[in-house]
Design a protein. Structure first.
Length: 526
C-alpha cells in the first residue's frame, strides 16, 4: 500500500478500465479523487475511455461528484441505477445526448452483481425487474440509443421466468473510508453507511485492478480493532488522505449518524402543509412491529410523524443504503439515519428486501396510470432512474405510493375542516399510460400485494381492473376536483370513505389511538 496525494493516486489508473465508485450523494463520496481524475484527463488526456459502475448517484450539485467525469473521451460507458438527481446533471446530459453508452440496472441488483464479480461468477438470476423497464420484453437495460446491448436477458428455471444479469468486469475501484492504518486497513467508523465498498474492492482485485481509497486520517499500525476494519489492507493499493473530508454535506461529523451516540428519538413539530397531510394519511398504514422502508421526498416525513405521535419505537425503519432502526435522516442526507441500531451492507439490505421481509414500503410516484403502473425513472426532461425502487416494490406485500393528482403550480390551503384548493396544477400525474414502467401494477395484483395510491385529495386502491377510488378528502368535489383532473376515468367504489379531520389539524396525529380503534396493540403495550 502506498500513501499518495489525489493527483498522484489517479495516475496509477490505466486507460479503458471499468471503475466501481462508492458514494450516495455526499455520503461516502470520494470527491477529491474524482476531481483529481478530472484534472489528470484535462491536462494529459489520460486516463481515457473509462467505464463507470456506480449503484447510486454521487454528488450534491452540478459539477460535483460523478459530474467531475463528464468530459468527452474520459468516459465511454456508464452502468448505474440513478442518473439525474440532486442537480448532478452533467453526466446525465451526456447520456441524454447519446455521447456515452449507458445502462440502467436496479440498485440492489448492482450491489449483488459486484458480489458476483468478486466471486468470479458470470452473473446472477433474479425475478427482480421482470415486467419493468429493465425487462428486455419491455425495454431492457439500455438507457439511450447508442446503447445497443442489454445487461439482462429473460430465461426460465423450472418453468418460472427470471432475468439473468451479466456481472461486470471491474478493473479498478475508487472508494472512501474514514481512517486507514499504515498497512492500508480501512475503517468506516465515521461513515453513516458502508454501502458496498468491500464488494467493490474485491471485484476490482478479482478483475486484476487497483483499489484507491480516500480517507480522512492515517493512524499507526495495530491501532484499529479488527472488527472495525471493513476493507483489509491486502486489498488496498493506494490511500489518499484528505484531512478536511466531511462526513456528509450536513457537516464534518455527527455521531448520531453512525450510532456511536443514540439519543432518544427526536420529537420535533412537523409543519402542517400539503406534504404533511399526505404523509399523515400514509402513517395511518403503520402497524406496530413493522419493518418499514421510507423513500425519498414526502415519505421521509412519515418517520417524523411517527415520532411526534410517540410510536417510532414500535417500528423499525429501514433505508436501502444500510441503516436499520433509528430515524431516517431526511432528504438533505437521504440514505443515513439518526441513531440506527445496525448499519448493514447494501448487499444485505437488498437481500432482506428481495426476501420479502419488508412489511411496508412508502414511496413516491411521478406518474401513475389506469392499470396501477408507476413511473419514477423518466419523466418530462428528467432522467432520475429507478434507484432501488424496483428492488423494493417487487417483493413487498404492502405498498403506499405518494403523488399529487396534478403538479406544476399546485397550491392548497390547509384548514381544520379540510383542504381548500387555491390553484390547480398544470401537469397531470395520473395518465392513461406511464412513460416508463418502474412498478408493474398488474403483476403486483397477481402476487397479492396490497397497494394504496395517496394523492393530495383522494386515495386509490389497486384492484384486478386497475385503480379504484376509495377515499376522498373532506370538502373535495368528486367530479370537479378529481375525475375532471385525471387523464383517464378510474373506477369508483360504491362507498367512498372520507379522510378523518385530524389529518388537517395542528395537533399531532394520535397513532396509538388509531391502533386501539382498529384493534391492534403496540409492541410495548398501552
Amino acid at each position: 500500500m502506498r500513501v499518495l496525494d489525489a493527483d498522484q493516486a489517479v495516475k496509477t489508473l490505466p486507460d479503458g478500465v471499468c471503475i466501481a465508485i462508492s458514494g450516495n450523494g455526499s455520503i461516502l463520496q470520494p470527491d477529491r479523487l474524482l476531481a483529481a481524475l478530472e484534472r489528470a484527463f484535462l491536462s494529459s488526456g489520460h486516463p481515457r475511455g473509462l467505464g463507470l459502475y456506480y449503484p447510486v448517484v454521487i454528488g450534491t450539485h452540478s459539477g460535483n461528484g460523478i459530474d467531475h467525469l463528464a468530459h468527452p473521451g474520459l468516459v465511454s460507458e456508464v452502468v448505474a441505477s440513478c442518473f439525474d438527481i440532486w442537480g448532478v446533471d452533467r453526466l446525465a446530459t451526456m447520456i441524454r445526448e447519446d455521447r456515452i453508452v449507458a445502462h440502467c440496472l436496479p440498485m440492489g441488483i448492482m450491489f449483488q452483481l459486484l458480489h458476483a464479480a468478486a466471486d468470479g461468477q458470470p452473473g446472477i438470476l433474479s425475478p427482480i425487474g421482470l415486467h419493468t423497464l429493465i425487462d428486455p420484453e419491455v425495454r431492457g437495460t439500455s438507457q439511450n440509443s447508442v446503447c445497443t446491448t442489454s445487461l439482462a436477458r429473460r430465461t426460465e428455471m423450472d418453468g418460472e421466468p427470471f432475468l439473468y444479469y451479466v456481472a461486470p468486469r471491474i478493473g479498478a475501484a475508487i472508494i472512501r473510508g474514514s481512517v486507514s492504518d499504515e498497512d492500508g486497513n480501512i475503517s468506516l467508523c465515521q461513515e453513516p453507511i458502508t454501502q458496498g465498498v468491500l464488494s467493490m474492492a474485491l471485484a476490482a482485485r478479482a478483475g486484476g485492478g487497483k483499489v484507491l481509497v480516500q480517507v480522512k486520517g492515517l493512524v499507526r499500525r495495530g491501532t484499529l480493532r479488527p472488527s472495525d476494519v471493513v476493507v483489509p489492507g491486502c486489498l488496498v493499493d493506494v490511500v489518499s488522505v484528505v484531512p478536511e473530508q466531511w462526513q456528509t454535506a450536513a457537516g464534518e461529523y455527527d455521531a448520531r449518524l453512525t450510532g456511536a451516540w443514540s439519543p432518544p428519538i427526536p420529537c420535533s413539530e412537523v409543519p402542517l402543509d400539503l406534504d404533511t397531510v399526505i404523509a399523515r394519511r400514509a402513517a395511518l398504514e403503520l402497524r406496530p412491529g413493522m419493518i418499514v422502508n421510507l423513500g425519498f421526498g414526502i415519505a421521509t416525513r412519515v418517520a417524523a410523524i411517527a415520532a411526534e405521535s410517540g410510536v417510532a419505537g414500535d417500528l423499525t425503519f429501514s433505508v436501502e443504503h444500510g441503516p436499520l432502526g433509528g430515524m431516517p435522516a431526511g432528504t438533505n442526507i437521504f440514505g443515513a439515519a439518526m441513531g440506527p441500531s445496525a448499519i448493514l451492507r447494501s448487499t444485505d439490505v437488498f437481500g432482506l428486501y428481495h426476501a420479502g421481509l419488508l412489511d411496508l414500503a412508502i414511496l413516491s410516484a411521478a406518474e401513475v396510470d389506469a392499470e396501477g403502473n408507476a413511473n419514477v425513472s423518466r419523466f418530462a426532461e428528467q432522467m432520475p432512474g429507478p434507484g432501488g425502487y424496483i428492488d423494493i416494490t417487487a417483493p413487498t406485500r404492502r405498498l403506499v405510493l405518494l403523488s399529487a393528482l396534478r403538479a406544476g403550480g399546485l397550491r392548497w390551503e390547509i384548514r381544520p375542516e379540510g383542504p381548500r384548493l387555491l390553484r390547480e396544477g398544470t401537469i397531470p400525474r395520473f395518465v392513461p399510460v406511464v412513460r416508463e414502467r418502474t412498478f408493474p401494477g398488474r403483476v403486483a395484483w397477481s402476487r397479492g400485494a396490497q397497494v394504496l395510491y395517496l394523492t393530495d385529495r383522494c386515495a386509490f386502491e389497486l384492484s384486478a381492473e386497475g385503480l379504484l377510488l376509495t377515499e376522498i378528502a373532506p370538502g373535495i368535489d368528486l367530479r370537479a376536483d378529481i375525475l375532471d383532473q385525471m387523464d383517464f376515468v378510474p373506477r369508483v367504489a360504491r362507498q367512498i370513505e372520507v379522510w378523518p379531520a385530524e389529518l388537517f389539524r395542528s395537533e399531532a396525529l394520535d397513532l396509538r389511538r388509531h391502533w386501539r380503534e382498529v384493534g391492534i396493540g403496540t409492541c410495548r403495550g398501552f
